[in-house]
Design a binder for this molecule. Structure first.
Ligand code: NAD
Ligand code: UDX
Length: 463
């Protein structure tokens, strides 16, 4: 089967960039991205592609090229499902906040809604692709819904997890390490797999396109995120030991990373990992392991999250302790609020938790982030429900330039590794601060010696 019409349900951080790249690389395929969120679709259709709702380097250019040619953003979900041969489900699968599995399991209500809608609308055979990250064996549930509530048409379910990282989504999509496609081993399943392989083969070499059974594909995604996050928690655990022993975690990371069996990536000690994926997917993995009675497996992976929570708390504690055990009414400036550089996404950002701790200690937080609005920062804090909306409103000030944000502050804290932070006039910032001027570098991106020679009291992670 040659694919000429694709629909993607969910115009978020995965659906938007992924479909934009498919549309750019496959001009013969009509790609329609649909979402229930009208504002999000309106933003994707903004005539100025610099205003699209997701900031990713290189993305607005790709959208400018393909949008209106073979890339469309729409709220007409049913129409797009009806017309497409292949339907990607790319909706959110957050951690459940209610009922059984609360705080651990993935909430699959949006996935189920999609399956029911596809079943209702489809009048011809379709390939349904799980792009969202899902617990192993979810395809079974989707298939059951499709087969039992549909119009008698045949569905093939494929698992095609997405491995892009935010901030590098476009380059990750253009040059993926691998594409993973899981499907049934029946002739129909294999035909569906081949149809999707052919879509990716428009720009990805076939030796990078891996096909597996559905369950391996679903579980590989959770496994990949667990392994990546585990490396960060491992180096962060070492960072605490470094601080006690006089070792420097950057030197340790370099030394171990040169061992080709370990490798240099994902060994950067930090204030703790954030983002919408790592914590959610590991909690889900822990929940799945527990549900099979595999308590040792569950405990092993849960420790990655425990270490990460500890690292965030340790960072805020260090700020309080260093500032003579009180930050009440002191101005602490955060440089960065996004969970990593080159994204406007703040989900699970360490900045939120550090701010929450410091506001509990009655600090005033000033923030500068190149891509995050004050409304977003407030929404993130309000979501924690630690205090009233009004109290959060009074505790957070946002600035649109770093020098104003730092002026008159007692301490600066780097929460995101934005490149521009290294290029600031740090002497000018120092001159505008209360003395002693403290700098807590939660990303180890600044040059300690240079800052100390200006006069800062510099505290990095793990040294
Ligand atoms: P997101 O919240 O940015 O986007 C999801 C979108 O789906 C939202 O705009 C929402 O309105 C829409 N939606 C929900 N239910 C819908 C429905 N029934 N019909 C139409 N639209 C609906 O989420 P995301 O970050 O794009 O993540 C999506 C999935 O991809 C998750 O399972 C996530 O774990 C996985 N994933 C995310 C990343 C990442 O870096 N963000 C990377 C790999 C995988
Ligand atoms: C992650 C996975 O990398 C990606 O493959 C998957 O598809 C989605 O989840 P993402 O969360 O977007 O991607 O970004 P990532 O680069 O993995 O960073 C996650 C967090 O870890 C960020 O807060 C980042 O700052 C932090 N991090 C990363 C470290 O603290 N140290 C490191 O060495 C690497």
């Amino acid at each position: 089967m040659e694919v000429t019409k694709i629909c993607c349900i969910g115009a978020g951080y995965v659906g938007g960039p992924t479909m934009a790249v498919i549309a750019q690389k496959c001009p013969h395929i009509q790609v329609t991205v649909v979402d229930l969120n009208e504002q999000r679709i309106k933003d994707w259709n903004d005539p100025d592609t610099n205003n699209i709702p997701i900031y990713e380097p290189g993305l607005s250019e790709i959208v400018a090229e393909a949008r209106g040619r073979n890339l469309f953003f729409s709220t007409e979900v049913e129409k797009a499902i009806d017309e497409a041969q292949v339907i990607f489900i790319s909706v959110n699968t957050p951690t459940k906040t209610y009922g059984k599995g609360k705080g651990m399991a993935a909430d699959l209500k949006y996935i189920e809604l999609c399956a029911r809608q596809i079943a209702k609308v489809a009048k011809e055979n379709k390939i349904v692709v799980e792009k969202s990250t899902l617990p192993v064996r979810t395809a079974e549930a989707i298939k059951s819904i499709l087969d039992n509530t549909g119009n008698g048409v045949q569905f093939q379910i494929l698992s095609n997890p997405e491995f892009l990282a935010e901030g590098t989504a476009v380059t990750d999509l253009l040059n993926p390490d691998r594409i993973l496609i899981g499907g049934d081993t029946t002739p129909e399943g294999e035909a569906a797999i081949n149809a999707l392989v052919d879509v990716y083969a428009n720009w990805v070499s076939k030796d990078k396109i891996l096909t597996t059974n559905v369950w391996s594909s679903e579980l590989s995604k959770l496994t990949a995120n667990a392994f990546l996050a585990q490396r960060i928690s491992s180096i962060n655990a070492m960072s605490e030991l470094c601080e006690k022993t006089g070792a420097d975690v950057n030197e340790v990371a370099k030394a171990i990373g040169m061992d080709t069996r370990i490798g240099p990536k994902f060994l950067k000690a930090s204030v703790g990992f954030g983002g919408s994926c790592f914590q959610k997917d590991i909690l889900n993995l822990v929940y799945i392991a527990k549900s099979y009675g595999l308590n040792e497996v569950a405990d092993y992976w849960e420790q990655v999250i425990i270490m990460n929570d500890h690292q965030k708390r340790r960072f805020s504690n260090k700020i309080v302790q260093t500032l003579y055990n009180t930050v009440a009414d002191k101005k602490i400036t955060f440089l960065g609020w996004a969970f990593k550089k080159d994204t406007n996404d703040t989900r699970e950002s360490a900045a939120i938790y550090v701010a929450d701790d410091l506001i509990n200690e009655q600090a005033k937080i000033s923030v500068y982030d190149p891509k995050v609005s004050r409304n977003k920062m407030l929404a993130d804090l309000n979501y924690l429900e630690s205090r009233s909306v009004e109290e959060n409103n009074n505790a957070i000030l946002a600035f649109d330039n770093p020098y104003d944000a730092c002026k008159g502050s007692h301490a600066i804290s780097i929460l995101t590794e934005w490149d521009e932070f290294t290029a600031y006039d740090w002497q000018k910032i120092y001159d505008s601060m209360h003395k002693p001027a403290f700098l807590f570098d939660g990303r180890n991106i600044l040059n300690a010696k240079e800052l100390e020679s200006i006069g800062f009291v510099y505290k990095g992670i793990g040294s």
